[in-house]
Design a protein around this ligand. Sequence first.
Ligand code: ADP
Ligand code: MG
Ligand code: MG
Length: 886
Amino acid sequence: HKYVYDFNEGNKDLKDLLGGKGANLAEMTNLGLPVPPGFTITTEACKEYLATGQEPEGLAAQIEAHLESLERGMGRKLGDPDDPLLVSVRSGAKFSMPGMMDTVLNVGLNDRSVAGLSRQAGGNDRFAWDSYRRLVQMFGKTVCDVPGEEFEHALDDAKRAKGTTNDLDLDADDMRGLVDTFKKIFSKHTGREFPQEPREQLDLAIRAVFESWNAERAVVYRRQERIPADLGTAVNVVAMVFGNLGPDSGTGVAFTRDPASGSQGIYGDYLANAQGEDVVAGIRNTVPLQELERLDKKSYDELLGYMARLEEHYKDLCDIEFTIERGKLWMLQTRVGKRTAAAAFVIAGQLVDEGLIDVDEALHRVNGAQLAQLMFPRFRLDHEFQPVAKGIAASPGAAVGKVVFDAGRAVELANQGEQVILVRRETNPDDLPGMVAAQGILTSRGGKTSHAAVVARGMGKTCVCGAHELDVDVQQRKFTVGGQTVNEGDVVSIDGTSGNIYLGEVPVMPSEVVQYFEGTLDPAQADDVLVKAVHRIMSHADATRRLAVRANADTGDDAARARRFGAQGIGLCRTEHMFLGDRRELVERLILAGTEEEQEAALAALLPSQRGDFKEIFREMDGLPVTVRLIDPPLHEFLPPLEQLAVKVAIAQERGEDAAKEEALLAAVRRMHEQNPMLGLRGVRLGLVIPGLFAMQVRAIVEAAVECARNGVVAKPEIMVPLVGAVQELETVRAEAEKIIAEVVGDSGVEVLIGTMIEVPRAAVTAGQIAEAAQFFSFGTNDLTQMGWGFSRDDVEQAFFNRYLQLGIFGVSPFESIDAEGIGRLVRIAAEEGRAARPELKLGICGEHGGDPDSVHFFHEVGLDYVSCSPFRIPVARLEAGRAAV
Ligand code: ADP
Ligand code: MG
Ligand code: MG
């Protein structure tokens, strides 16, 4: 079995096997770019190691063979005391997980080969000992779990002793001293000497990379990003090149376009005389990549040439890691780069203009989650607030919250429902839980490619980084800026689009993209490149998609907004709210009615207000279908809570007051109490048990439609019966409704459909029968999930879903994204059998899943006619329906 691939054996399409980094290193090698030679150990080897706790059979020998060939090619042997080959051992999973897993540089250095390395570098002792101390530090921290701060403190001490804050001021002797100190720290924590045998270093580092797949922070990151837990990571062993050889060396990162805005240009950071990890960690301040032109024009031009080449080849924004060793450029990594939501749309549009991709492909390059992000509000620019400082705009958005200084506190306050801003000097992977919990992230150090920036962009979190004016004191839980002190709990506002930082709460306004959807911003007029790009891609999605998109809307206002957002009708109009407010009184009368006359009178009193509600909605939806769901929740939900009533009654009795009505209500509440209300008297069951209730609603709907029709409005009511489990239930309701419809419609020309929700599993598996009585089905996937899994929607997420997610029973809550194999199977069966019985049957879905990207793709695939979702999700559903169709 082949576990090891040389860089010239792989290619970019082998990401499953070689991980993203390995596959792209191979691709660049084959393109003839200057990549240091090396090889990749496959994700399969990792998975076997993680499953058994042992390297798979044959792996050691294959590594040996590839190492030998690497040594032959380089003319050096790993760790050779006279002329050592050094390598880096780099993790690289299929999906990029920035800073989540481990990399060890300078493997092969020891007490003897350090001298050989110095000789290779022309007697540069400082360089050799700096490289060695980095090895002990990285190896100690990532392979042997030595607390990283101890090394950092020792380094700080050395700098302090020298009266400097810059590591470049430390000389060879200082570095030698640090190696000594680092080795002592190493043995104190591990109980052994720092390993001197190069091959042992290599094997332990490889094993550590395997194990880093299951490190806590990697697990958290995967959950957040929905990356499957069982992919494993590949390991890349790469010949070292050195950016820390002096001022003519250095290391940097580059983007082929701006990952924040999508603008074309040259974006990146460069750090002279440094090794790669210094840039990402934001340890020293970098210079903009353009500076490199001045420092080393030859390497700069060469780099720009490769960047253009890579963009052309990958037909997308690429990010790049490179190192210059004494004027020689080396490419160390590339990948299709992460970008903000705005940049994703802008770049997709540009690439179409440039002829690199077509519009279908552009549609694939963006997604609904990104669109949703662009719909978040932004700060109002006309406010009187002045920024106190400006950092680097690393990840857009407007975030307001209480300042916290560590991840633990961020999580704690967020759990209490507080909005927090995590403030750090710089972040590292241990801060991840806090970054997830925070509204936004603010750092005083590091550039656009610092850990904070990269991770925030990936998560769609607002981030301002490198705000040098902030003096952050994590210990004292405060920062100072412009003479002011901001303590933990004080509110700040950060603008990830401009980099501005404000004290206090800045008011926010809707995004331009929302204004565009609202129709108040004309894309032809706007000089906003983002709005133009969104418009172009949305138009293509609308032209391409087969699924219609409707809205869940209960009021005229909701309906109007939904329509502006592109709704093609209402898929779910709930009628519950029509029984609330001052209408509660009427519901009480209905429930307490002692005689048929009293009941009829109560219903008759409810009718006009309901009719009024429907008229408003039909008017807004003129010409489009409106699905109205007859009343669904148990009636006692409309009564006051038991305890409240009991107290009222007791007080009245004590005072000798007349409490006849309260007593009657109390008796009713007691009588109607159910152990499992969600499985109780609700939906169609109410209609069958309480005479006249559904009839009143049907009459109100049809009368409203007829009145609208008389006024020139085209009303298309679709009456939907909830919670049907058997065709007989539907038939009974339908027979009664049809009588009323026939009577009310008259010659108005109004057409009324009658259909049902499919939300009880029994309905799904008897859909063929039910379709005989239904003109449409609308899948109520919330209840279908609840009843299909037997999960109480209101309780389980709190109670145990975290554990279920941990165990991988599902990758995401089935209430969020449709469980395609289980609940989805019920949908598929019902759709097929329903259509077989009635070919013209209309099929839709109106659960929360209607606005969930993955679910939309599923509903497209099973052949539904439309999805229905909340007004704000409509653009997302339109986009995803388009993506599903290309
Ligand atoms: P990450 O996935 O966290 O970016 P990498 O494996 O890319 O980790 O390595 C961390 C840093 O070390 C990067 O800046 C990278 O460019 C640098 N690096 C990795 N391998 C080498 C090498 N062989 N020579 C020089 N620098 C290297
Ligand atoms: Mg990297
Ligand atoms: Mg339901």
